[in-house]
Design a protein around this ligand. Sequence first.
Ligand code: ADP
Length: 396
Amino acid sequence: MAFWNKDKSQQAQDSIPRTGLAEAQAGLAGIKSIIAVASGKGGVGKSTVSTNLAFTLAKMGHKVGLMDADIYGPSQPGMLGADLEPPHAHGNQIHPSERYGIRFISMGLFLGDGGPVVWRAPMAMKMIQQFLANVVWGELDYLIIDLPPGTGDVQLTLAQQAQLTGAIIVTTPQEVALGVARKGLKMFTQVNVPIIGIIENMSGFTCQHCGKETPIFSTGGGRRMANEMESFFLGSIPLDPEIMASGEDGVPLVARDKDSNPAKAYMKLAEAVNTRIEEMKKSGNLLEPENVAFSPKGELIIRWPDDHNSVHTAFHLRTNCRCAVCVDENTGRKTLNDSSVPLDLEMKGVNPVGRYALAIGFSDGHNTGIFTFTRLRALCECEECAKGRKAESFEV
Ligand code: ADP
């Protein structure tokens, strides 16, 4: 029985038992790349970038979905046109709306126009979980998720429960915006979500009368931030009244005037995103197992993209657990006494956490351990890896 299968076909996904976190991911099973679009603060154009990126990728021939997870201020429905047909619900399944060939879901579609959206955190979390588990996205090349600004619970839930391929950070060029964008980027790195890159929005304004460019919010900050943080700069979008107007009218700019300068900037951006994701996948930057299953002896066997099969016994994983129960968070010192772990320990349940880790439960009742793929690879107990580790420790 497999706990993970990188093959995105429905058949492969159906073979995975749906418990706990895996249940939340069932609705995302047929999606090749899931991209979160984030920003440190509101008003930097994150939703505008998400909509135009989704539209441009669809225009390039990809199958695209757009999830407006900005549940406190859902602005996407307006940007895609006010007359969107609402999503249909059948039992607990939600069929997304569709516009310009993009499958689309937003809290705004259920609320209509009107009062403020007031959610207590648990309700907000439940809503996001429903968007993840119950929306019938079908087979998609890209799902773009427009996150609320900042680094709160919704962002964390998504980072942990949606199998994110990576995150894109949108910022404006001035220092005050870059400061909070850096925090957003760090949050994703902390939970091991790869950063696809940084987009600088509202970068330079070209006067329609004299053609002179004025950097109203300064310029070059996004690229500088990418360099500083050893991240990737995806491109910049100019400050342009046409972008604002097309958002108001509900027609993505690339659909309205594909030859305009800002439309060309979106096309360039979508190409950069597409290429960057392909490269990340090829280079193994997105360390993801091909398959995870138990051996007849009860060991966890993980097959990696380079065809290496790593072997993990329950005892070794349990005694190398770094959760807050097993390691003192302040000093980093291990608090678990290995001799308290039974030698006949077994694994009870393996669940994916985002696209970066497995949560493993054990027969002694311990169930708070999360093992990132990078760490699992390093903990492999096969003869070859164990020998390599021994040689390294002699060298020291
Ligand atoms: P966020 O999602 O970060 O809160 P929005 O995408 O809602 O920001 O954009 C805020 C406002 O700025 C909207 O009115 C939008 O039309 C406008 N806007 C976004 N990007 C640009 C741009 N490059 N040029 C001009 N106006 C823009």
